[in-house]
Design a protein around this ligand. Structure first.
Ligand SMILES: [Fe+2]
Ligand SMILES: [Fe+2]
Length: 192
């Protein structure tokens, strides 16, 4: 395996491993007596670390690629679902408001980039988590929004591993992968 391919594989391994940790937490959430423990973990790790890294370290690099802008939807999997059942609409049922984006996310929206689609999934997950964390403890166990949260996370992971990784493979340059790894590695417990 060449050095560059090995680094790309390492980046994918880190992301898959972090998806796996999120899945374990979602599994625990199903039978949790105190769902806010898991919801807080998801916000601190799956959103504020993992998703933030994807956006700040990877999306920002992809945004500059002409090839990303050239040809239609960059991934059928992302695009289909965006049209059929937009996550923003699904979470609005529980949050009762439109999505709220952070400052660093505005650039992906303003640019009308295809990255707006996975970004909508990130923000939908974050907004749903925040709305669940703001609810009183009573009634949170078995709340129907927990099922939606799990479904949206699973679908998002599947799409990233089947499709987003391919985009990274074809568009990221070796020195960009180096840079991503150097910033992401210290933030993950993972060591090769
Ligand atoms: Fe993501
Ligand atoms: Fe991810």
């Amino acid at each position: 395996m060449s050095k560059d391919i090995a680094k790309l594989e390492l980046l994918k391994e880190i992301m898959v491993r972090e998806h796996g940790l999120t899945n374990v937490c979602l599994e625990e959430l199903r039978s949790s007596k105190n769902p806010k423990v898991q919801l807080n973990w998801l916000k601190q790790n799956a959103v504020l670390k993992h998703q933030y890294n994807e956006e700040k370290l990877i999306f920002t690099k992809l945004l500059k690629k002409e090839r990303l802008k050239e040809g239609g939807p960059f991934c059928v999997l992302f695009f289909d679902e965006h049209v059929i059942s937009p996550p923003a609409q699904l979470v609005k049922k529980y949050t009762t408001k439109d999505l709220t984006y952070c400052e660093h996310q505005d650039v992906f929206k303003k640019d009308r980039s295809p990255l707006e689609i996975p970004l909508e999934e990130h923000v939908s997950l974050e907004n749903l988590l925040e709305s669940l964390l703001a609810k009183p403890d009573e009634g949170l166990i078995d709340h129907p929004a927990l099922v939606l949260l799990e479904t949206l996370f699973h679908r998002h992971h599947e799409k990233e591993e089947k499709c987003f990784f391919k985009i990274c493979e074809s568009l990221l340059l070796p020195h960009e992968i180096d840079e991503i790894l150097s910033l992401w590695m210290p933030m993950t417990e993972y060591r090769s």
